[in-house]
Design a protein around this ligand. Structure first.
Ligand code: SAM
Length: 226
């Protein structure tokens, strides 16, 4: 288990298929986001660097932007969250694990159907000593009956028209979806108009978070479930 007071030595390079690959060093903004839990974030980044390829979630091109594109991009939405949060299609724990490190006061459930990834998440939760996270193996549609979250997050799982029917049924009345999206966010909202009406989503909007910090902001699609 990671000792939060100790910052582990960062993995700075790896060999993948005989090629030397550099791993992005931890940016200064990580200290601002994770505070005294930055050591846990470094332990997670190291695990992601070590196992990301094995899990089929990180290609060699992702290593030089491991922190900014994955860990920080995920953690930036931490101030938007409260209560109990479900993270659909967590994969290697994104955005759920960086969020759980940044917000020990919020409870996270990582939902991931692939056995290998789910097992890895269970192992990481234990090794990082995160007592505010659990991992559930299954597809969102399968677990919808048994859960009700204040908020549901997802990142890089599917386009909105497919993602909303997977995420909205997991949200309590009055709760919300907070979905990390790139530049396509507005276009995806337009395409998902029928689904948005069907689920009676209120106040659907695109927001950027992390402005003022020395990193690229993260875009989210937020909507209230009524
Ligand atoms: C491209 S990966 C993204 C993983 C992670 N969210 C990230 O940002 O790196 C998509 C993940 O969604 C999972 N997934 C696909 N369909 C799903 C569903 N219906 N319910 C829950 N997870 C699903 C896949 O197994 C995969 O791990």
């Amino acid at each position: 288990m990671s000792d939060p007071a100790v910052i582990p030595e960062p993995i700075t390079e790896l060999e993948i298929e005989g090629e030397r690959v550099e791993v992005e060093p931890r940016p200064a903004v990580a200290e601002e986001i994770f505070g005294d839990r930055v050591g846990i974030a470094q332990a997670y980044a190291n695990a992601l660097a070590r196992d990301g390829e094995l899990l089929g979630l990180l290609g060699p091109l992702e290593y030089p932007r491991l922190w900014t594109r994955h860990v920080i991009n995920s953690a930036l939405i931490a101030p938007l969250l409260h209560g109990e949060v479900g993270d659909v299609g967590s994969g290697a724990g994104l955005p759920g694990i960086p969020l759980a490190i940044a917000r020990p006061d919020v409870k996270f459930t990582l939902i991931e159907p692939m056995e290998r990834r789910h097992n890895w998440l269970v192992q990481q939760i234990k090794e990082l000593g995160l007592d505010n996270v659990t991992a559930v193996r299954g597809r969102a549609e399968e677990v919808a009956e048994s859960v009700a979250f204040d908020q549901v997050t997802a990142r890089a799982v599917a386009a909105l028209s497919k993602l909303l029917p997977w995420t909205v049924p997991l949200v309590k009345y009055g709760g919300e979806v907070v979905l990390l999206k790139g530049r396509s966010a507005e276009a995806e909202i337009t395409k998902a108009a029928k689904v948005i009406r069907r689920y009676k989503l209120e106040d659907i909007r695109v927001e950027e978070v992390g402005e003022g910090l020395d990193t690229e902001p993260t875009r989210v699609v937020r909507a209230t479930v009524e």
